[in-house]
Design a binder for this molecule. Structure first.
Ligand code: T3D
Length: 260
């Protein structure tokens, strides 16, 4: 399918491509609506890959009429972010399957947030991450103020947000902001291979893992131990668990069926 979000179906996994390359994939309401729909529609997949067309991954919110002060006064960015960008973040985090991000070029503002919300992030060596919000007088949104300090620590998060300086992919990897920086030429195939591999793994366990990490971000050790035990109980009742143990004993590779 073509359009603002290009959807490539690969059987058990799917690739979503932000497709507005002339604006470095800046997002507007139509694009965010299409992205939300594509994320909703991906629930039956076993893994998802998000990337951008052209030389940018996503330059954040489109700086245009929809968010400009007009004759009626300033725009309502609270309502705008809540209705669009933040719904995308909620969907990425809630999807019961791993979401890989291939950052093919600059990820700025909410574009950086979209990448950081994904489960595993690969970035081309030429890619950069820019907390561009401050450059236009805004604060980090779309989860950036939540993800960034947890990934890179308070000192780096505050400096990146306050200075709006670009971080390249290799530094992002060294700081633990992303999983890996890879060569530009191999980014898409590396990301596709990784996503395809995730699509062969025990999907129910991966979905529970996402819930564990989400809960752990604001939990106590005691509560987290209880939650781990509960989800381990569920995982232990899946067909993929039975297959994993059987395959180990039979000294053969497991074949996981996905959702239990
Ligand atoms: O809506 C709400 O609820 C508020 C939420 C806000 C969340 C946010 O995302 S705030 C942050 C918004 N994004 C930005 O401020 C980034 C703006 N873009 C840039 O600073 C630069 O474009 C980049 C650093 C990302 C890349 O620079 P460079 O030199 O590689 O490319 P360029 O020449 O600036 O951009 C190429 C084209 O894309 C250019 O168009 P043109 O002149 O060729 O017709 C440029 O205007 C366009 N473009 C890039 N980013 C945006 C954009 N057009 C509209 N909106 C953009 N965000």
């Amino acid at each position: 399918m073509t359009g603002l979000i290009r959807i490539e179906d690969h059987g058990s996994w799917r690739k979503l491509v932000l497709n507005r390359p002339d604006k470095l994939n800046a997002v507007n309401e139509a694009m965010l609506t299409a992205l939300m729909a594509a994320l909703d529609d991906a629930k039956g997949c076993r893994a998802l890959l998000l990337t951008g067309e052209g030389r940018g991954f996503c330059s954040g919110q489109e700086l245009g009429p929809a968010i400009m002060p007009g004759a009626d006064g300033p725009p309502d960015l609270e309502a705008h972010a809540s209705a669009y960008h933040h719904q995308v973040i909620r969907r990425i985090r809630a999807l019961p399957l791993p979401v890989v991000c291939a950052v093919n070029g600059v990820a700025a503002g909410a574009g950086a947030s979209f990448a950081l919300a994904c489960d595993i992030v690969l970035a081309a060596r030429s890619a950069t991450f820019v907390l561009a919000f401050i450059r236009i007088g805004l604060v980090p949104d779309s989860g950036a103020s939540f993800f960034l300090p947890r990934l890179v620590g308070e000192a780096r998060a505050r400096a990146l947000a306050m200075l709006g300086e670009a971080v390249n992919a290799e530094r992002a990897e060294a700081w633990g902001m992303i999983w890996r920086a890879v060569d530009d030429a191999t980014l898409q195939t590396d990301a596709e291979t990784l996503t395809a591999r995730l699509a062969t793994q025990p999907t129910a366990a991966l979905a529970k893992m996402k819930r564990l990490f989400a809960e752990g971000a604001a939990s106590t050790l005691d509560a987290q131990l209880d939650f781990e035990a509960a989800l381990q109980g569920e995982a232990g009742r899946t067909a993929d668990y039975a297959e994993g143990v059987r395959a180990f004993i039979e000294k053969r590779p497991p074949v996981f069926g996905g959702h239990a």
